[in-house]
Design a protein around this ligand. Structure first.
Ligand SMILES: C[S@@+](CC[C@H](N)C(=O)[O-])C[C@H]1O[C@@H](n2cnc3c(N)ncnc32)[C@H](O)[C@@H]1O
Length: 268
């Protein structure tokens, strides 16, 4: 097989083609615990290794504490991240620096750059073209909702953030769902001119529950962004190590939602 997309063997390629996977995040390192919602580098690496070749360049426009960039380094890819919150951008830069020390010579020629800024201004940052975008947005303003046990534990700790920031440009601070969705889609749409022709964009996201109903964030992104990129597929990320909570028990159906959608779009 002539492989134009990545450096995987046929067997590795086939394995990734399954439409669902279980990935239980390994325990987080101390520095990144402060961030309320990151995805695991180990999972990001699998996506990067499927959707790019070694030496290509990945962008995460909402980079948080830099999971995509760390994964890209480990996979031998260049990477750029944009992150609004200066605290997270600083943590990301430090984590990348540490990772570079661990990986040593083999990553010497690779670029990994975190830019502290607003993803809405991505086109003004003088960035070149990317071969892949891997990202995860704020799940609307859910971090501000009275929430899960996990949030409660974080609230009790002075060191851990329970929401990303108070910055008005932080999408996680937009109260109105329609406005939030519009702002988010606009950011993703603008990235089109930075994405190479035929390159992929993966968005990791959940539908969100609020006030006793579902706001289908993943499905809304799929529908709206499918007008700009080709919506190719979904891959379902299952977490199988979470504690079940008795939400609604005895009176109403409320699921314990332990799955995320990894939405695949292509610039074509
Ligand atoms: C779900 S988190 C991303 C976590 C990241 N994937 C990781 O693993 O660390 C979403 C991030 O988007 C950032 N954010 C929110 N609005 C933004 C904006 N307008 N521009 C750039 N980043 C933004 C938040 O500060 C938050 O870190």
């Amino acid at each position: 097989m002539k492989n134009k997309l990545n450096n995987l063997t046929n067997k590795e390629w086939l394995k990734f083609q399954k439409s669902w996977f279980i990935h239980n995040p390994p325990p987080r390192k101390k520095g990144v615990l402060v961030h309320p919602a990151k995805f695991p580098e180990t999972m990001a690496q699998e996506f990067i290794e499927f959707f790019t070749k070694e030496g290509e360049t990945v962008l995460d426009p909402m980079a948080g504490t830099g999971s995509t960039l760390v994964a890209a380094l480990r996979a031998g890819r260049n990477s750029y991240g944009i992150e609004l919150n200066p605290k997270y951008a600083k943590i990301a830069a430090k984590i990348i620096e540490d990772e570079r020390k661990v990986l040593g010579e083999k990553v010497e020629g690779l670029t990994s750059k975190v830019i502290n800024g607003d993803a809405a201004n991505a086109l003004d940052l003088g960035l070149a073209t990317f071969d892949y975008v891997l990202t995860s947005p704020p799940y609307w303003n859910m971090l501000r909702a009275k929430g899960s046990e996990n949030q409660q534990k974080r609230r009790d700790s002075a060191e851990l953030d329970v929401h990303y920031s108070d910055d008005p440009n932080d999408l996680g601070n937009i109260e109105d769902y329609a406005k939030f969705l519009e702002g988010l889609i606009e950011i993703y749409k603008r990235l089109k001119s930075l994405l190479r022709e035929k390159a992929y964009l993966t968005i990791i996201v959940k539908n969100v529950k609020k006030g006793g109903k579902i706001y289908p964030l993943a499905w809304d992104i799929a529908r709206e962004l499918g007008k700009t990129y080709t919506l190719k597929d979904e891959k379902i990320w299952l977490q199988d190590n979470q504690s079940l909570a008795p939400f609604g028990m005895g009176s109403a159906w409320v699921s314990n939602t332990f799955h995320h959608y990894c939405l695949q779009f292509r610039n074509e």
